[in-house]
Design a protein around this ligand. Structure first.
Ligand SMILES: C[S@@+](CC[C@H](N)C(=O)[O-])C[C@H]1O[C@@H](n2cnc3c(N)ncnc32)[C@H](O)[C@@H]1O
Length: 355
């Protein structure tokens, strides 16, 4: 019995497909291949996609198995178990690309593979080898993942509408020497910083106000309208914007971007795109200070009762993954520190957009 895994890699509602440059008529396929001894299926599909397409992905959903019986020269009748997965790239993607697969699972190679993205409806009819048949399940999986992200955003936004003031009091009591200030000082050391952007600023009391005190012209963004209204009233010299960070379009560029205890509330699938936005908003040489949860504590995400029993959502990548995602977004990590213990641990990072 052979076990193979196949990947429907989805980006912007389209699926990654490829054909062989040296045999274009051999059929339109999706990446996949054999599972190695003792290898977990999700790890196998990620490895296969990386080897076959160069795309670094995370697994979003399991689209179920199938078994095929076939006759192969020299091997006779072989049952092949296929497992299908829905994946999503963790970095930016190109419209079309060529990838050289060094060793195909049948021992041949190298092969030149030509990749492109196909809308689901086209993929359903154009994919060969029966791969089109799972597009319905893929569509359901995409919708489930989108709905989960929307629900996470609702939990966070509604939570902070209720907790705007409570959070500030709680945070002041638990962080007696506000670590945000020390990290802002590190980022500013010896530099002239004119424009600063504070992402997920809350009421602005814990970090935006300090950026302003240090002479920056501050733009502060938060999804909680209650927090933003309180901040705007208290700090008329700071520009407050009520918006979702993952859907933010900003004009202008910044010398410093800060995000304290806010990226942890964004579904981790959306964090790579936010890091790319940050890199875009920064001037060359500009800096980004962020704290994340270390070690992917909460993984893809979890909702739990938090302050005053109000439900809250968190999610995280592992430290290594966070480093890689920041670097792939074009941000170099200059300094880092782990702080806290037990459930209350944070990974603080000072990054720079290279000149
Ligand atoms: C733990 S508080 C941190 C506030 C402040 N940065 C600090 O250092 O104390 C997290 C803040 O991030 C905001 N936030 C979470 N998800 C967001 C999103 N998708 N867009 C904008 N703000 C968001 C919340 O509304 C909340 O005010």
């Amino acid at each position: 019995v052979a076990v193979r895994v196949y990947a429907y890699v989805v980006s912007d509602g389209r699926v990654a497909v490829f054909s062989h440059a040296d045999a274009p008529d051999a059929g339109l396929q999706i990446p996949g291949g054999g599972v190695e001894d003792g290898e977990d299926l999700a790890a196998a599909v990620r490895r296969e996609v990386l080897e076959e397409s160069g795309l670094d992905c995370e697994v979003v959903g399991d689209l179920g198995p199938s078994t095929r019986r076939g006759w192969f020269p020299g091997r006779g009748i072989v049952d092949t178990h296929r497992h299908y997965f829905h994946l999503r790239p963790t970095g930016a993607v190109r419209e079309t690309w060529t990838w050289y697969e060094r060793h195909a699972s049948d021992g041949t190679g190298p092969h030149e593979l030509r990749f492109r993205w196909l809308p689901f409806a086209e993929a359903a009819t154009e994919l060969d080898f029966g791969f089109g048949a799972r597009l319905g399940r893929l569509d359901e999986s995409v919708q489930r993942a989108d709905a989960a992200d929307r629900e996470a955003r609702r939990v966070v936004a509604e939570g902070y509408e209720q907790l705007a003031a409570t959070y500030v009091t709680w945070s002041r009591a638990s962080d007696l020497d506000n670590p945000r200030h020390a990290w802002i000082d590190r980022a500013l050391a010896g530099r002239t910083v004119e424009r600063a952007l504070d992402l997920g600023c809350g009421t602005g009391e814990l970090a935006s106000a300090y950026l302003h005190e240090r002479g920056c012209q501050v733009t502060a963004v938060d999804i909680s309208t209650v927090s933003v209204a309180r901040g705007a009233e208290r700090y008329p010299d700071i520009e407050f914007i009520a918006a979702d960070l993952t859907q933010l379009s900003l004009l202008g560029s910044f010398d410093l971007v800060t995000a304290f205890y806010s990226v942890i509330h964004i579904p981790r699938r959306q964090q790579p795109a936010l890091f790319r936005d940050v890199a875009r908003w920064l001037v060359p040489g500009g800096r980004f200070v962020v704290n994340l949860e270390p070690s992917g504590n909460s993984g893809a995400g979890c909702t739990e009762p938090w302050l005053d029993g109000v439900p809250m959502f968190w999610s995280a990548w592992s430290n290594d993954e966070s480093h890689r995602l920041l670097e792939r977004a074009g941000l170099r990590v200059l300094d880092e520190e782990r702080q806290g213990a037990g459930d209350e641990q944070f990974l603080w990072l000072l990054c720079e957009k290279p000149l």
